[in-house]
Every structure is written in structure tokens, then in C-alpha cells.
Design a protein around this ligand. Structure first.
Ligand code: SF4
Length: 436
């Protein structure tokens, strides 16, 4: 492989025309970071567009950013870094559109106690991020005798009044995407995947897999319209599900709910009853090392609150963290599930509101952010946090392979970006140690 500028020297050895090889590893690293961030943002923007939310400035940025990655158009590290951060700023806008679109269409969210497991009778399991698909399925299956369940990132659907008003949205089944091959085999009805994070299905259940629009898997049935009659018909043909309760859980701590308690939270901090906030979330995955997040969360002190979102929540939500007493509001759970990974927008609103209440910057709050990353949306969320100047974020369980050593050291210097250490308790101790 030769440099694509001079076509004489090998990639990475220095172009004889420009002195900079067309494949400089740091430029390449920033371009890959930008492309992954754009992909994650595009997925969110696609869901937002279906809710009627678009922004011309976001679309224009996508063109500009993709153009910047065209071979040889730009060799400048600083302008690439700026584009990467701009991608984060634009992703904040996209997550805001998604938040507003959900609330406008499905009502103001509120906490909900939900049934986990299955109920006797035919059922459809809906996974992924697209709540418009879920709403259409619920409407079309009303009165059919077919129950509907959420899976994975669809869990937060239960916090919206216009979705939970359907009595046949009976509960939730299963956990994060990497467990699909076990859970989808157990769930005997059709499986409806509304976004990425669907594993290629094995023979045993591929005839029950339906996907929507861009989502497609070999052996599955891809639906290109919002007509879910084939899914409902399949549910009636499949063996019925058993009555098998697993547990009840409380979800739905949207930022509007948490901000409604802001004065009580501030009072608890001032009274010394609430000392620290943790944001632990992002994308879950199958590789070893992710128990870090479970262990970290389980050891957080009782005078702290944990905010969680994304399917990273499945690493930490099994544990009972107890409650914390807020004067005037009674006990609230210490673990507050804010929603999908795009609800990082809400976590940012909470952090900004707290910083305003305490008249300090977000970086001066007693707040620790642990981001478990796996795919492109987690990259987009990380870029958003960096673009807001948030420092000291810990990412894990490993460094992203596309970030070169030099780019990592720039991010460490500019944003104090940290990798999770092998010992979660060492990180926790560090997080709780006040700055000197
Ligand atoms: S949090 Fe990430 S890995 Fe999990 S379902 Fe959402 S995009 Fe996929």
C-alpha cells in the first residue's frame, strides 16, 4: 500500500510531495472517531426524523464532516479535532430533538413500576430504539389478544403515558443485546428489531425475527412499511408464552422528573445527606472486564445517587441499592434509570441544573461519569460530553482501538479523559477523594 498523495512512499513513511503521508495515523484516528460519531448521531437523527424533528444545521454539518474525511482534503490535526468536537455539539442537538420528539408524541414521562417476565398467551418482543415502531405495533395489535413486551433499549418506553396506556403492553423481558441468542430462543413469539444492536440470528429462531427499515439480518423478515400485520399473525401461530414472572422494577426517571426534585436534591446536598452523584451507563458488551461497572456501582456509598442509561444499565440494575431520603419528597431509589443512551441529553440537563444551583461548573460538582462504550452511539455521546468541556470522564472497559496514542494523550491533556483501571474500588476511592 502506497501513500495516496505521492503514490511513491509506503503509507506512514512520509509523502514525498507533502511531507505528510495521506495515512498519518493521528489524522486517521481523528477521521475514524469522526466517522463513528457521525454514524451514532445519524442513528439518533433517523429516529428523531420519524418523530418529525429535523435540523438543517445538523444535516449541513454531516455533509461538511464527511467531506473532511475524503482522501487528501485535509491533513490538519487541529481542524480535525475541532470537527470531532463539533460532531459532539451537533449530537447534543440531535439528542435534544429526540427527547423533545418523544415527549411531544408520547407525553411527559414519569416513573413506572413494570412487570418483568412473560404472561400466559401469545406475545411479541420489541427491541431497539425506535418508539414509533412500538407505538404502531401497539395500535395495530390492540384487541387482538397478542401481548407486547419490551426488550433491551426499549425498556424506557414504559415511562411514556401514550405508550403505557395500552393494556397489552404487559411488561419487559430480557437484558442487553449480547444476551439475545439465549433470550430470543426462550421467548417463543416473534421478535421485532427496530434498530441496530441485533445479533445475526441462529437457525433456531430466525424465522421469528422481523426488522424495520434499515435494520436487516440474514434469514429475518425486513419490514419496509409500518404495517405489522405479519408480526401479529406470527404471534398467533407461535406457541403461547407461559405465565413466568421474574420480578418488578421501577424505571422512568426522565430529566423532567429529576429536575422536578431539584430543590430537594440541592437541600439534601447542602444538609450533607447526599454527597455524590454517579452517572454509570452507555453500551453493554460481551467481552470480559464489564463486571467493573457492576462492582463499582455496588460499592458506591449510601449517601450517593447513581444515574444510569443505555443498555449499560443491565450491568448494574440487578442489585438493590436501597433508597435515599429527600425531605419533602420521601425516599427515592438510589439508582435512577433515566432511559435510552440518547437520554444522556437528560443527564446533561441535570448536571447543568445542579451546576447552576451550586453556582459552579459541571467539573466542580461531586459528579463521576463512567461511560461503558461499545458502538458508535457511545462515541457520539462521549464527543458531546467532551464538546461541553466535561473533564475526568472514565471510559472502559478498554481504550477504543481507533484512538491513536497521540490522540489519546491530547484528549487526556485537554479533558482529563481517563481509562477505567483494573480495580474498580481504586477508581471509586479516587472519585470520592476531594481534590487537594
Ligand atoms: S446502549 Fe449502545 S449497545 Fe446498547 S442498545 Fe443502545 S446503542 Fe446498542
Amino acid at each position: 500500500m502506497f501513500c495516496n498523495q505521492c503514490e511513491q512512499t509506503a503509507h506512514g513513511t512520509g509523502c514525498v510531495k507533502t511531507g505528510v503521508c495521506g495515512k498519518d495515523e493521528d489524522i486517521q484516528s481523528l477521521q475514524e472517531t469522526l466517522l463513528y460519531g457521525l454514524k451514532g448521531m445519524a442513528a439518533y437523527a433517523h429516529h428523531a426524523r420519524r418523530l418529525g424533528m429535523v435540523d438543517e444545521e445538523v444535516d449541513a454539518f454531516v455533509e461538511e464532516a464527511l467531506f473532511a474525511t475524503v482522501t487528501n482534503v485535509n491533513f490538519d490535526l487541529d481542524s480535525h479535532l475541532e470537527l470531532v468536537l463539533e460532531c459532539g455539539r451537533k449530537n447534543l442537538r440531535v439528542m435534544q430533538m429526540l427527547d423533545q420528539g418523544h415527549t411531544k408524541r408520547f407525553g411527559t414521562p414519569s416513573p413506572a413500576t413494570i412487570y418483568e417476565g412473560t404472561k400466559a398467551g401469545p406475545g411479541v418482543l420489541v427491541t431497539g430504539h425506535d418508539m414509533v415502531d412500538l407505538a404502531d405495533l401497539l395500535e395495530q395489535s390492540a384487541g387482538s389478544g397478542v401481548n407486547v413486551y419490551t426488550h433491551g433499549e426499549m425498556l424506557p418506553a414504559h415511562m411514556y403515558p401514550e405508550l403505557r396506556k395500552y393494556p397489552h403492553l404487559v411488561g419487559h423481558f430480557g437484558g442487553a443485546w449480547q444476551k439475545q441468542r439465549v433470550e430470543f430462543k426462550q421467548f417463543t413469539g416473534p421478535l421485532l428489531a427496530t434498530t441496530n444492536c441485533i445479533l445475526i440470528p441462529p437457525e433456531s429462531y430466525r424465522d421469528r425475527v422481523f426488522t424495520t427499515r434499515v435494520t436487516a439480518v440474514p434469514g429475518g423478515t425486513r419490514l419496509t412499511s409500518n404495517d405489522f400485520s405479519a408480526v401479529i399473525a406470527k404471534a398467533k401461530q407461535c406457541p403461547p408464552l407461559p405465565d413466568a414472572p421474574v420480578r418488578e422494577s421501577t424505571i422512568g426517571f426522565h430529566h423532567s422528573t429529576i429536575l422536578g426534585l431539584a430543590d430537594k436534591i440541592v437541600a439534601a446536598v447542602k444538609a450533607g445527606k447526599l454527597k455524590h452523584f454517579f452517572l454509570i451507563g452507555g453500551c453493554d458488551g460481551a467481552e470480559p472486564g464489564r463486571n467493573y461497572f457492576s462492582e463499582f456501582a455496588q460499592h458506591t456509598p449510601r449517601d450517593s445517587i447513581i444515574l444510569t442509561l443505555g443498555c449499560g444499565k443491565y450491568r448494574i440494575r440487578e442489585h438493590d441499592y436501597g433508597t435515599i431520603e429527600l425531605d419533602g419528597a420521601g425516599p427515592i431509589p438510589r439508582l435512577l434509570d433515566m432511559g435510552q443512551c440518547n437520554d444522556a441529553y437528560g443527564a446533561i440537563q441535570v448536571a447543568l441544573a445542579l451546576s447552576k444551583a451550586f453556582d459552579c461548573s459541571v467539573n466542580d460538582l461531586p459528579l463521576t461519569i463512567l461511560l461503558s462504550w461499545f458502538e458508535q452511539k457511545a462515541v457520539a455521546v462521549l464527543l458531546t460530553l467532551l464538546s461541553l468541556g466535561v473533564r475526568g470522564i472514565r471510559i472502559g472497559p478498554a481504550a477504543p482501538a481507533f484512538v491513536s496514542p497521540k490522540i489519546m494523550s491530547i484528549l487526556q491533556e485537554k479533558f482529563d479523559l481517563r481509562l477505567t483501571q483494573a480495580d474498580p474500588l481504586a477508581d471509586l476511592k479516587e472519585a470520592l477523594t476531594p481534590p487537594a
